[in-house]
Design a protein around this ligand. Structure first.
Ligand code: AMP
Length: 400
């Protein structure tokens, strides 16, 4: 079944055409700088790649270009749009309403707008993508797959903040978690790889990349996750500060005479690995600087590993033990030093990894030794494939 996966941002539109049964990506592309200067179209289909400026004033223009390219006799992969069974859309925020992907109807669209909660710009952009595709491909089912849905199984003691209750009642202010499609993808694969009972195994997923986040999962259900009301909470990330003393933002505001938006910018874009190292937000640059003796780069890496060990330790307590630990995303799939530091810090739990196996990069692998009390896997994440598979499941359930 061919599924077109769309990730629509305010000025960009990423897409992939995926065979959900073969779990295979056929083509992928990106329309960038829609409606602003120097719009650009990127497309890859094996031997046929396109990287060129293209006029795109609106998302409608971008969708027109992408559909035309899919049908192109030279670079395309399909003979007719009828070959596409459905479109799966990434939607960032499902609010408290969506715990599963949903077929797009007028009610779903209204609920997406209402659920935009604390990411209104993201949801509006996602909705634009849905509406443009609905018009471009009338009659083709559209499915919304929510970043927050996977975490909706968290119990209230995990998702509530210790602030006056009225903020929850009036404004839905609570923890939601993000990138549920990544956790969902690696959880499904870990359930296939584990030697424990997939219905009850205790799993911690570590998505370590530019954005980093963890989830504590029991029998496939999320019990806790490190991102919160927004993606700022949790471990320090490429440019995000992660969890800090909540008194710091007003102090930064007063010290620098900054507006709340400027403080938000400092915490989201100038902090984390970049803010501490002063080198880069990119782990490869930071590791290279650390290897050359840059003390701040070393400190950033040490802080990252220490925070990871603390979060994972707290999740081991929440789960009452641990059967399986999974590393994924750019750093989790590639950086053997970070994986080793984290696993060494968790040795008390019986985790033991094989140093040879730990050299693996960008490949699925079992890192743990035969004697390790905890399985340790590397599972490359694939959020687009997760969206395609979930979209196909919705179609099957609804007979759309
Ligand atoms: P992601 O957000 O999943 O794309 O991950 C991006 C992060 O992964 C960047 O900080 C990269 O430096 C890091 N990364 C990618 N490849 C490697 C590598 N081979 N070794 C270390 N870090 C890597």
């Amino acid at each position: 079944m061919l599924i077109l996966v769309i990730n629509s941002g305010s000025s960009s539109l990423k897409f992939q055409l995926i065979d959900s049964e073969k779990k295979q990506m056929l083509v992928k592309g990106l329309c960038e700088r829609i409606g602003i200067e120097e719009p650009f179209f990127d497309y890859e289909n094996g031997g046929c790649s396109i990287h060129e400026p293209r006029q795109m004033d609106t998302h409608k223009d971008a969708v027109h270009i992408l559909l035309e390219t899919l049908l192109d006799p030279e670079c395309g992969v399909i003979g007719s749009l009828d070959e596409i069974a459905a479109v799966g859309h990434r939607v960032v925020h499902g609010g408290p309403h969506f715990s599963h992907p949903a077929l797009v109807t007028e009610e779903t669209k209204e609920a997406i707008l209402k659920s935009s909660g604390w990411c209104p710009l993201h949801n509006q952009a996602n909705l634009t993508g849905i509406e443009v595709l609905e018009k471009a491909m009338p009659g083709v089912p559209q499915v919304a797959v929510f970043d927050t849905a996977f975490h909706q199984t968290m119990p209230p003691e995990a998702y509530m903040y210790g602030i006056p209750y009225e903020y929850f009642e009036k404004f839905d202010m609570r923890r939601y978690g993000f990138h549920g499609t990544s956790h969902e993808f690696v959880t499904r694969r870990a359930a296939e790889m584990t030697k424990h009972d997939p219905a009850s195994f205790r799993l911690i997923t570590c998505h370590l990349g530019n954005g980093s986040f963890f989830a504590a999962i029991k029998g496939g259900r999320c019990l806790d996750t490190s991102m919160g009301l927004t993606p700022l909470e949790g471990i320090m990330m490429g440019t995000r500060c992660g969890s800090i003393d909540p008194a710091i933002p007003p102090f930064i505001g007063k010290l620098g005479n900054c507006t709340p938006d400027e403080v938000d910018d400092i915490l989201n874009k100038k902090s984390g690995m970049l803010g501490i190292s002063g080198v880069s937000m990119d782990f490869r640059d930071i590791q290279a600087a650390a290897a050359e003796g840059n003390e701040r780069a070393r400190l950033a890496v040490k802080m990252f590993c220490y925070q990871a060990i603390k979060i994972i330790g707290s999740y081991i307590a929440a789960l009452g033990g641990l059967d399986t630990l999974v590393f994924t995303a750019g750093v989790g799939e590639n950086d053997e030093m970070i994986r080793k530091s984290i696993c060494d810090g968790l040795a008390y739990s019986g985790i033991e990894i094989d140093q040879e196996r730990n050299l693996i990069r960008r490949k699925e692998a079992i890192l743990s030794t035969e004697d390790s009390a905890v399985e340790v896997f590397v599972i490359p994440t694939n959020e687009e494939l997760s969206i395609a598979v979930q979209t196909a499941e919705v179609l099957k359930k609804t007979d759309a």
